[in-house]
Unconditional design. Structure first.
Length: 336
């Protein structure tokens, strides 16, 4: 029985023109065997940033969020093959690596594959030697905005780019690129990056509890070393810890507000993870009267918030739209 192709599951691309790249978020399981029952998943902000940056550089790219759409493995492969992008990019995570490999294996031979994500960083050699990933032309370790753009221009640039790996076609050994002066690619200046083009995100903004809500990132990198976390500082020595300037975040809040968004969720680890960041952001939020027109959630560190004064906690509650803070812990957001 032929695989049924979804009609409009590629986000953000101009499908009347050839695709330079299609970034694929693999499903957590094969939904052709058992349909997905939940109706919301967090948006793929990382892919959104890469797609936005590539579009600003003049490329026609799209995002296929197979998890959000509840697609099966064969469906996902069929959609990619139907649109025949020059590149198919996969964000590899431990729970989705096997499914990503099964999607990649039967892709059209003319489609080059680019890989990234925590799993690509954790076990690049094993992944590059996986025969299902044989057409991987570039495995990108770390933040990919600027390096992906260079690869879309010409995949041979991989030899110049730090943190990009591929398999030598003759010796079958992993090869790494990089030339002096290229380390700026490893930590793109986050205040210079364009705001995420939400047309690449399948479910963002989304309507929840009477408001349109958007997800945001306020920082990259983490100074903590939790053994269970892929973002732990010991696992990411190449990543510089950077927090966005308050005015940069405020500008994105206002841009989203103009589209009707009045609820915001900060999904990164550091928005409430350091006193200096809390103080700086709350000063900016107070000046902009954010609590009067928006509500927001953020993840906090209990060791940081435990040391905060009642005044600081009251300010957080007032500016986030909460009448008071009932409980805060390191793994649970502040709830409206």
């Amino acid at each position: 029985m032929p695989t049924e192709l979804p009609s409009n599951h590629i986000a953000g691309a101009d499908l009347t023109r050839p695709l330079d790249a299609l970034f694929v978020n693999a499903p957590l399981r094969d939904y052709s065997e058992r349909p997905r029952v939940n109706d919301f998943t967090l948006p793929v902000l990382g892919m959104g940033y890469i797609a936005t940056h590539a579009t600003a550089a003049g490329f026609n790219v799209g995002v296929l969020d197979a998890e959000a759409h509840g697609l099966g493995i064969e469906q996902t492969t069929a959609v990619i093959n139907e649109h025949r992008p020059r590149w198919a990019g996969f964000n590899l995570l431990a729970p989705t690596y096997e499914i990503s490999a099964r999607i990649a294996a039967p892709l059209d031979p003319d489609i080059k594959i680019i890989l990234g994500g925590h799993q690509a960083k954790a076990m690049p050699t094993q992944i590059l030697r996986d025969p299902r990933m044989a057409r991987c032309a570039a495995l990108v370790i770390g933040e990919g905005e600027t390096r992906v753009v260079e690869l879309l221009k010409d995949h041979r640039s991989r030899a110049e780019l730090p943190g990009v790996m591929w398999l030598d076609p003759i010796l079958k050994n992993p090869v790494a690129g990089g030339r002096p002066g290229g380390n700026h690619h490893l930590a793109p200046p986050i205040n210079a990056l364009p705001f995420v083009n939400r047309s690449f995100l399948t479910q963002d903004p989304h309507f929840d509890a009477g408001r349109w809500e958007a997800n945001m990132v306020g920082a990259r990198g983490c100074p903590y070393d939790c053994s269970f976390c892929g973002a732990a500082v010991s696992a990411n020595p190449d990543i510089s810890i950077r927090t966005r300037a308050a005015e940069n975040i405020i500008a994105e809040l206002h841009q989203l507000r103009e589209t009707g968004v009045t609820a915001f969720r900060f999904v990164d680890d550091l928005f409430l993870g350091a006193k200096r960041v809390i103080d700086r952001m709350m000063t900016a939020f107070t000046a902009e009267r954010v609590g009067e027109w928006a509500v927001w959630d953020a993840t906090g560190r209990i060791n940081v918030l435990h040391r905060a004064s009642d005044t600081v906690l009251d300010t957080l509650a007032a500016l986030s739209g909460h009448p008071r803070l009932d409980a805060v812990d390191a793994d649970r957001p502040l709830h409206r």
